[in-house]
Design a protein around this ligand. Structure first.
Ligand code: CS2
Ligand code: MN
Length: 358
């Protein structure tokens, strides 16, 4: 059974509270993280258990972790990568012992997701995150963080921590020789090393796609389309090696057929991020409301493909618009994501009932 969840960054980091999440119809679980850990560090069991208790005290459960970030040493295969992989294994062990069974991560060099505007104003007065290739080509990568920082509403965006952005030049230097083949080999090496602990604790690893699904600033991107995903699943052919199906990331490339990709990945999608995009041109898009008619994706067809392939993991509404005067982390306000969560469950209910009458 698909489980509708909500991302929560933790108290102190999120403007949304567990009490509020608890009141969204149908949402019983959160996707959370230890937001103040640094990639590469082993997560302490006590901290995991404290987080778990905090969530459970509010009558919710932890449906998975987003993210346990993979540090750069592992991504570039630095001399000390095995030590960091050991730390990752320790983290997975501690999560497994805390009865947590889904972990989302990504393998993007330097930047996590990339948008060029965090608050594009739409006609109805809502603001949304947006991307234009023209802006990327104009902004020097060293300055992209500065160009966005006034629009974050004071929140730290996942993957865009100021300390990290301060060393963006160094990061580019680190990845200079990491072409797509090397990055892929480094991912496979990492996955092979962690599969035994995933098998032991039944932990589903769910790689998040590169967003946008093409190379920015010449950085290698390997998780971008169906072919790449199938190659990755085959390279480590273990059911615990799976996918976060993020519609808003694969969907940035209009050549990606989302429905067809879901069918091709049957059984290996462990986590779903569902959002819609509105394209102004193929390389200028904005993150619209979840409703099909507000963007360019057929949300019904996407949900139906997940239903038909037996998807039974956690799903969450992904980035939402900023509406009703809310001030929150861009993409992560309460209101529009809550609307998304109910809308998506409405689609699911209709698909499910329809499938039963036949
Ligand atoms: C998320 C990603 O906010 C987002 O766009 O989908 O930051 C995601 O959490 C990471 O890439 C997963 O490691
Ligand atoms: Mn996503």
């Amino acid at each position: 059974m698909m489980e509708m969840t909500f991302r929560w960054f933790g108290s102190g980091f999120d403007s949304v509270s567990l009490e509020q999440i608890r009141q969204i119809p149908g949402v019983k679980g959160v996707i959370t993280t230890l937001y103040d850990t640094t990639p590469g560090e082993a997560w302490e069991k006590d901290k995991i258990l404290a987080l778990k208790k905090e969530v459970e005290d509010k009558d919710l459960k932890i449906a998975g972790i987003e993210s346990v970030n993979v540090c750069d040493a592992i991504k570039v295969a630095a001399a000390d990568r095995d030590m960091y992989i050991d730390n990752y294994i320790k983290t997975l062990t501690n999560l497994g012992e805390a009865d947590i069974h889904m972990v989302c991560y990504n393998f993007m060099p330097v930047f996590d997701w990339t948008r060029t505007e965090l608050a594009r104003v739409r006609k109805d007065g809502s603001t949304v995150m947006a991307y234009t290739q023209e802006a990327i080509d104009r902004i020097n990568p060293d300055n992209i963080f500065d160009s966005l920082k006034n629009d974050t509403n004071g929140f730290i965006l996942p993957g865009w921590e100021p300390e990290r952005m301060e060393k963006v030049k160094e990061l580019f230097e680190m990845y200079k020789d990491v072409d797509e083949n090397k990055l892929f080999d480094n991912l496979v090496y990492f996955l092979k090393a962690i599969m035994p602990v995933c098998d032991k604790y039944d932990i589903n690893m769910a790689i998040h796609p590169d967003d946008p699904a093409w190379s920015v600033y010449g950085l290698s991107r390997i998780i971008t389309n169906k072919e790449q995903l199938l190659k990755m699943l085959k390279a480590v052919d273990n059911p615990h090696n799976g996918i976060t199906f993020c519609t808003g990331s694969y969907g940035t490339n209009l050549n990606n057929d989302l429905v067809d990709t879901i069918h091709a990945l049957k059984g290996r999608i462990h986590f779903a991020h569902i959002r819609n995009l509105k394209f102004i041109t193929p390389d200028n898009f904005e993150e619209s409301a979840h409703l099909s008619s507000d963007g360019d994706f057929d949300m019904y067809a996407i949900m139906k493909a997940l239903y038909e392939t037996g998807f039974d993991g956690p799903m969450r509404p992904d980035h939402g618009r900023m509406i009703w005067g809310e001030e929150a982390m861009p993409g992560y306000g309460l209101y529009d994501r809550a609307l998304g969560a109910t809308y998506l469950q409405g689609l699911w209910e209709a698909i499910d009932k329809n499938a039963r009458v036949k």
